[in-house]
Design a protein around this ligand. Structure first.
Ligand SMILES: NC(=O)c1ccc[n+]([C@@H]2O[C@H](COP(=O)([O-])OP(=O)(O)OC[C@H]3O[C@@H](n4cnc5c(N)ncnc54)[C@H](OP(=O)(O)O)[C@@H]3O)[C@@H](O)[C@H]2O)c1
Length: 318
């Protein structure tokens, strides 16, 4: 089969389009014909060698959509069944979705019923599950004022779409380091845009619910903009700082506010179906920002890390 294999850490050019043997099924695992998959920022970290537990050579890709090609669970996962898969060490401890086929543990293959194209379906699994989990952890209430710190990221835009589909008049403010993106962010649906200048938000405004995607690097500044009783959910690490250092919870958490986290690894069939039900019920829609072919993954990685990228990048495998 064709696959993108990384043999050593580095730039996008280290992602090689090669022929490799199609994986053989083994007990408890099934073979999925990958039709499309979304790219994720975490794969950029891994490509650069910043995921210490990932050993090369490896086929990256932490999510994918496709159909069952060979099964060890014909009851739940019959051949031809449309499925999605994400996380669970896919593309990390074992080969992932940057390929024509992926051999995956049955328990992390989730059957779906959908009328969407593969390319459209690929927008949702990892990015929307992350955004949906974060939104739930923020305990949304009607009238909440939201801030998305990292508003131009795939997860940030998914979070915006989840809220706006249910509550079209909700105030959802996004941040960016680049004011050149303001018009496009407004077109996407952000109520307004705040500049994030060297880790300081250029506003005196305060919010009830904050999705923090820059992460520990900006969390102290974020809490300066949170109302009493507000909640901040750290889900992203775009600021390249993974842990809280020099953080005094007594003084640095805004008075009466709360800190939580969002993690897409907490996935199960029940939770992913709940998310797809929400997408259907509120007719949440998002077009991919850009679509590339499997052989173009190096170009797609460069695009994902570029200033132009805004939203979900999808790879078509067919
Ligand atoms: N917790 C979880 O389970 C989970 C799951 C999925 C993703 N994530 C995390 O969520 C974050 C977003 O993921 P994604 O795939 O949606 O990202 P993405 O689309 O690749 O994000 C791109 C955006 O990140 C911003 N950015 C890049 N480097 C930055 C920096 N050094 N400081 C501040 N902003 C920076 C840029 O915004 P501007 O140039 O407009 O400022 C850019 O538009 C990532 O940290 C990812 O690892 C976490």
């Amino acid at each position: 089969m064709k696959a993108i294999v990384i043999y050593q850490a580095g730039g996008p050019e280290q992602l090689k389009y090669v022929d490799v043997p199609t994986p053989q099924v083994k007990p408890g695992w099934s073979l999925v014909k990958i039709h499309a998959f979304g790219l994720n920022h975490s794969e950029v970290f891994t490509r650069k060698g910043e995921s210490p537990t990932v050993h090369f050579p490896r086929i990256l890709g932490i999510e994918g959509v496709g159909e069952i090609a060979q099964t060890t669970d014909p009851g739940r996962l019959p051949v031809g069944q449309a499925v999605v898969s994400l996380m669970g060490e896919m593309g990390r401890a074992f080969d992932g979705s940057y390929a024509e086929y992926a051999l995956l543990p049955n328990q992390q293959i989730y059957p779906v019923t959908t009328s969407l194209s593969w390319t459209q379906l690929a927008v949702y699994p990892e990015t929307y599950f992350t955004a949906y989990t974060s939104l739930k952890n923020l305990q949304p209430k009607p009238g909440d004022r939201y801030l998305v710190r990292g508003g131009t990221s795939g997860v940030g835009i998914a979070f915006l779409n989840l809220i706006k589909a249910k509550e079209p008049n909700a105030e959802v403010v996004g941040t960016t380091r680049s004011l050149a993106k303001v018009t496009r962010m407004r077109e996407l649906g952000f109520s307004s845009v705040i500049e994030d200048q060297q880790g300081e938000l250029q506003t005196n405004g305060r919010f009830d619910k904050v999705l923090e995607l820059i992460g520990p690097a900006t969390i102290k500044d974020t809490f300066r903009h949170v109302n009493e009783g507000g909640i901040v959910c750290i889900t992203g690490l775009l600021g390249n700082q993974w842990t809280l250092e020099g953080f005094d919870p007594i003084f640095d958490i805004a008075p009466g506010a709360y800190l939580t986290g969002g993690y897409s690894g907490n996935v199960s069939e029940v939770r992913i179906n709940e998310m797809f039900d929400y997408l259907k019920k509120y007719q949440v829609k998002e077009q991919p920002d850009r679509v590339f072919k499997l052989a173009e993954v190096p170009t797609a990685h460069a695009y994902l890390a570029s200033k132009e990228c805004m939203g979900k990048v999808v790879i078509e495998v067919d």
